[in-house]
Design a protein around this ligand. Structure first.
Ligand SMILES: NC(=O)c1ccc[n+]([C@@H]2O[C@H](COP(=O)([O-])OP(=O)(O)OC[C@H]3O[C@@H](n4cnc5c(N)ncnc54)[C@H](OP(=O)(O)O)[C@@H]3O)[C@@H](O)[C@H]2O)c1
Length: 295
């Protein structure tokens, strides 16, 4: 099909970590679509009239919404800014896209982290501003049965300016001479950004709607994650310090955000990996560590 006749997919937050992987992997996983990334410089989503005008002009057939104030600390520092982009802009975009597919990337931070292995039926109970804004947006979006919410956890990836993913943050801090305290009693189920992008494209291409959890198969502590990364990022050598969340100060952090992926695994064509198995299979490969190779 000629490119201009393919359905147009808007990817918001295209200057960020996951938006970038979605955009670059579109030809691989969604060749029947025409993907267009939107950065903040191109369109500030918190400007309602600019957003409405751009939507009216371009009439995207599908929207994948990644734009957000995504750092917990930034949301605590400025809850109003967090609400404007994470809730208000999301609500407007979902309303503009009310009659077409709309996929919102949400977060396991909607949970309090008290039990782990959360599934889609578990009751959310956010303990920080970021989680509260993501949950408020989810509730608006899920009123539309044609729309989709995907909750993800810790994402490893390479961003344009190397300043977005937790791995990049760790490496930058280590290179600057800092020591990194990693909690041995805080658990996540990290996934590479390339896996998340592939899964999202499969949800879009398969017309999947409703709520899905997408996390890595392995539940790992922050300390264990750091140990795994040592082999790949030598700058971390000698810089990791084992700690406990009991000593944490600052924005509240859920202790265990592992996610059950039974529901999404049923609709995906590939097995969701764990971080450890993913890295094990990447040994000796020269490509982006966090991208999904062409099968
Ligand atoms: N990465 C993770 O570990 C993780 C975990 C759970 C959930 N999520 C969710 O996944 C989604 C994507 O995350 P990510 O890691 O790719 O985040 P990211 O790297 O911070 O990217 C978010 C993007 O949104 C853009 N943005 C912010 N405010 C905007 C506005 N007013 N108008 C237009 N664009 C705006 C940012 O622009 P600037 O570049 O100008 O700041 C940034 O490029 C987010 O919804 C996030 O909450 C991520």
């Amino acid at each position: 099909m000629p490119s201009e006749r393919k359905p147009l997919v808007w990817i918001t937050g295209a200057g960020g970590l996951i938006g970038r992987y979605l955009l670059q992997s579109a030809p691989r996983w969604a060749s029947d679509y025409r993907a267009q990334g939107l950065t903040r410089a191109e369109l500030d989503l918190t400007n309602p009239s600019a957003l409405a005008a751009a939507f009216e002009r371009q009439q995207p057939d599908v929207v994948i919404h990644c734009a957000a104030l995504s750092r917990t600390k930034d949301c605590e520092r400025d809850p109003d800014a967090a609400r404007r982009i994470n809730v208000d802009a999301t609500a407007q975009l979902a309303d503009l896209a009310r009659d077409r597919p709309f996929l919102f990337v949400s977060s396991a931070e909607v949970f309090d982290g008290g039990k782990g292995w959360y599934d889609e039926a578990d009751a959310p109970a956010p303990i920080n501003v970021y989680g509260a804004t993501k949950l408020a947006a989810e509730r608006i979006i899920l009123q539309n049965v044609g729309h989709t919410v995907v909750r993800i956890v810790l994402t490893a990836g390479t961003s344009l300016l190397h300043d977005r993913s937790f791995v990049e943050d760790m490496c930058r801090a280590a290179r600057a001479g800092s020591f990194l305290t990693l909690y041995a009693d805080e658990f996540r189920c990290p996934l590479p950004a390339g896996v998340i992008a592939r899964a999202i494209w499969e949800l879009i291409c398969g017309g999947r709607t409703g709520l899905y959890h997408l996390g890595g198969r392995e539940r790992l502590s922050r300390w264990e994650i750091g140990q795994l990364l040592l082999e790949w990022f030598p700058e971390l050598q000698g810089r990791l310090v084992k700690g406990s969340s009991r000593d944490h100060t600052g924005a509240p952090r859920p202790a265990d955000l592992s996610l059950s992926t039974t529901k999404i695994q049923h609709v995906l064509s590939f097995p969701i990996p764990g971080m450890q198995s993913w890295l094990g299979e990447r040994r000796g490969r020269g490509d982006d560590l966090w991208d999904y190779p062409v099968p």
